[in-house]
Design a protein around this ligand. Structure first.
Ligand SMILES: O=C(O)C(=O)C[C@]1(C(=O)O)C=C[C@@H](O)C=C1
Length: 291
């Protein structure tokens, strides 16, 4: 059995992602995203599953930055899940009359429900937790707290909390993409359950210096080869204000000609190019209940 580390505890969205991809493997809950990446890098687990991007809030910066700057490992798969955020109360509180003073959740979950909170609880104090699951676990241990949490239905049932209001995320099409990483040689995991939606190659491109038309030249290396890009994002290199690199997702696996050709062209322009992964992408409804 493989060991799959994920942002825990039980009841997180990342657990759903890990379970959708690896229902038969040993799932290992870890407290924070850096802890998951550290353990994968040290080969204490076979695979790491961590969130990377949300449809409402954008990139999960901690994942990307920690991966790139501290624990570089190849991406070997990704999965996108529907994300339904619910407002959960302790069973000790009356759903009709309780007015919580505090809401506890993961920053991404709070951000996805920002307008809901503004409208319904404008005075509420916000407390950030390591994950939605850890917020739910905390409320289960402190059932008399004047607090509520934002988490999913799986967390509600795992921790015996009541769904005071379902689907409180501000935009309907709320999805998060999770990536699978490994520091072990064997690479691509064997995945059968979720729907295979396509393939990606993710590149990290650092420009030699800031010159006129640099990004245009970078993009044209892909354009004339008809390589479709599904994402381009700039992130700070952390070497000084204004220094950025680009993360580029190409909509296909690494091949023998086109992608290496584009990389060679970028290198000839003076860019530094690293391949962060070439992998299959999956999609799932995330409704599976985890035992
Ligand atoms: O807190 C969780 O349940 C997580 O799995 C983390 C996370 C994230 O970091 O984006 C995953 C999916 C949702 O977007 C909200 C939170």
């Amino acid at each position: 059995m493989k060991k799959v580390g994920f942002l825990g505890p039980k009841g997180t969205f990342t657990e759903m992602a890990a379970y959708s991809l690896f229902p038969k493997e040993e799932l290992v809950p870890l407290k924070t995203i850096p802890k998951v990446l550290d353990l994968a890098f040290a080969k204490g687990i076979d695979y790491a599953v961590v969130p990377i991007e949300n449809a409402i809030e954008g990139t999960v910066n901690i994942t990307l930055d920690y991966l790139i700057h501290h624990k570089p490992m190849p991406i070997v798969a990704s999965i996108s899940l529907e994300i339904a955020q619910h407002l959960l109360f302790s069973p000790n509180k009356d759903r009709e009359t309780f007015v919580p003073k505090k809401v506890v959740s993961h920053p991404q979950a709070i951000a996805q429900c920002h307008q809901f909170l503004q409208k319904n609880y404008p005075e509420i104090e916000i407390e950030y937790a390591d994950s939605t699951g850890s917020a739910a676990a905390w409320l289960a241990e402190n059932p008399n707290a004047d607090a509520c949490v934002i988490a999913n239905a799986q967390a509600a049932s795992t921790y015996g909390l009541a769904v005071a209001q379902g689907d409180i995320h501000d935009f309907e099409h709320n999805r998060t993409r999770f990536i699978v990483l490994t520091a072990k040689k064997e690479q691509a995991p064997h995945i059968v359950g979720p729907e295979h939606t396509g393939d990606k190659t993710t590149l990290m491109v650092t420009l030699p210096s800031d010159f006129a038309g640099a990004l245009h030249q970078v993009l044209s290396a892909f354009a004339w080869r008809k390589l479709n890009l599904s994402k381009i994002e700039s992130r700070p290199t952390k070497t000084g204000l204004g220094n950025y690199f680009f993360l580029i997702d190409i909509d296909q696996l690494m091949d023998d000609v086109l992608v290496p050709g584009a990389i060679a062209e970028l290198t000839a322009l003076g860019c530094k190019v690293e391949v962060l992964g070439s992998y299959a992408t999956y999609s799932s409804k995330a409704t599976a209940s985890i035992n």
